[in-house]
Write a protein that binds this ligand. Structure first.
Ligand SMILES: [Zn+2]
Length: 201
């Protein structure tokens, strides 16, 4: 790892792409989500505790900048949340262009019957209980899914008005998406559900 940085809260070292970056702007600490701003910055782990335990004192000392007045942690957490969701959504688009996504319950059923293996699913967060039960029933093996997006959001990826479910095939971009969903789940304790222990009724 050539871009090693240190978390200001817990002192763990990691590649900077595995950490969040922050800068001071107008007296406020702001997330530099894409790590592109040409200003000195500090880093934390992508963990709620490391974000929440940042102190004004340690940031000022690290950046040798006395202009920090406030760290609005709630706002920082919302910014990170929005960026993660946007990033995940745009990567599903890219995965789809690469042929790694299948939509609609029927097509996913066909693919499963043909022996194809999905490694992650997005199930719409506004489908009816009946549809959800149907979707969950035909997925026999343990799998993981997330419900970040609505039917119309998922549909828009395919130029459709709505779809209940997307399945992602194994690929580097799918792994990236799964990593981002995991980061989201670690911080916000929601986002990913596993049916590994689900009982059919
Ligand atoms: Zn840390």
């Amino acid at each position: 790892m050539k871009n090693l940085r240190t978390c200001l809260t817990c002192n763990a070292k990691d590649d900077k792409k595995n950490l969040f970056r922050y800068i001071i702007n107008d007296g406020l600490l702001m997330v530099d989500y894409f790590q592109k701003l040409q200003v000195r910055g500090i880093y934390t782990c992508k963990r709620e505790s490391c974000i929440k335990n940042l102190t004004i004192k340690s940031v000022k000392r690290s950046l040798k900048d006395e202009n920090l007045l406030k760290i609005d942690k709630e706002k920082i957490l919302i910014t990170i949340k929005n960026n993660l969701i946007k990033d995940i959504f745009s990567k599903i688009h890219i995965a789809n262009k690469g042929g790694f996504v299948t939509a609609t319950t029927n097509k996913i059923m066909e693919s499963l019957k043909a022996g194809k293996v999905f490694t992650f699913f997005f199930i719409a967060n506004d489908i009816s209980d009946n549809s959800k039960e149907r979707v969950l029933k035909f997925l026999r093996d343990p799998y993981q899914f997330s419900s970040f997006f609505s039917k119309s959001e998922l549909g828009s990826i395919f130029g459709k008005s709505e779809t209940n479910i997307l399945g992602l095939f194994e690929s580097a971009i799918t792994d990236y998406i799964k990593d981002q969903v995991k980061i989201y789940s670690n911080i916000y304790t929601e986002g990913v559900v596993s049916n590994g222990n689900r009982k059919n009724n």
